[in-house]
Design a protein around this ligand. Structure first.
Ligand SMILES: NC(=O)c1ccc[n+]([C@@H]2O[C@H](COP(=O)([O-])OP(=O)(O)OC[C@H]3O[C@@H](n4cnc5c(N)ncnc54)[C@H](O)[C@@H]3O)[C@@H](O)[C@H]2O)c1
Length: 217
């Protein structure tokens, strides 16, 4: 942090901090609904079962500082978090692979409130092409190239089988995609400037099962 308490813009915020920020936002929305105007770090820490020092450190990345004995202004903090996370902007995304997982992601409207809007899906399966999930149309994979020329989409969500993930990811990059949310288990080899966020439910399940096993010993 610099002397004003703000993180320098070029400083890379640790991933665990970034992962915790949406949780604060969700919690603060509930606090706001209860009409609570100011909230302290110890109160947030108590409710979210985490260390208040960690809360202060995490929230400092937004540039907002709490006041001694008053805490944070709930509205200011929500706004700062939304702004920092880009939730109050619309980020359009393509999804490739409209199977079980791809369709579930398309059906999950909550992403929109996070500023992530899936505008089209692409697949190679003739039976799926031309259908839609909610308002999202599933288009022929080859259309990815012409459509990305017309639209300035920067995010690609990858839900194809693992076997084709690298090829599809390279196509996405060639179409101008700058950030890939990778749900496959493939380890993608892409240029350094491409942001890849891999998400694995299996790793969370592994932690859950291991902890359950440990607790039963
Ligand atoms: N990250 C997670 O937690 C998690 C959870 C479940 C599944 N997965 C992974 O997500 C991926 C999808 O799983 P699923 O159960 O939805 O599979 P699925 O078979 O239901 O869907 C895959 C879709 O991709 C399409 N496809 C195949 N080749 C393609 C290509 N070259 N271009 C475009 N589309 C293509 C298929 O036609 C199909 O519609 C798999 O890699 C799976 O391992 C990840």
């Amino acid at each position: 942090m610099n002397e004003t308490g703000k993180y320098k813009m070029n400083r890379k915020v640790p991933e665990p901090t970034l992962k915790r920020l949406p949780g604060y936002l969700y919690y603060l929305d509930k606090v706001k609904e209860q009409g609570i105007i100011n909230i302290s770090a110890p109160m947030i820490g108590k409710d979210l079962k985490c260390d208040p020092t960690q809360v202060v450190k995490d929230l400092a990345v937004t540039g907002i500082k709490g006041k001694p004995r008053v805490g944070y202004n709930t509205y200011e903090l929500i706004h700062a978090l939304e702004d920092y996370l880009g939730f109050n902007r619309t980020n359009e995304a393509f999804i490739v692979g409209a199977g079980n997982l791809g369709s579930a992601l398309m059906a999950y409207q909550e992403h929109q409130s996070l500023g992530l809007k899936i505008i089209a899906a692409f697949d190679v399966d003739e039976k799926k092409i031309g259908t839609h999930v909610g308002r999202i149309h599933i288009l022929e994979y080859n259309k990815l190239f012409s459509l990305s020329n017309r639209l300035d989409v920067k995010i690609g969500i990858l839900t194809t089988p693992n076997s084709v993930a690298q090829d599809v990811a390279e196509d996405l990059v060639n179409c101008g995609i700058k950030a890939i949310w990778n749900f496959t288990s493939a380890i993608l080899h892409l240029p350094d400037d491409i942001i890849v966020q891999s998400t694995s439910m299996s790793s969370y399940a592994a932690v859950l099962l291991r902890r359950l096993n440990d607790s039963e010993k």
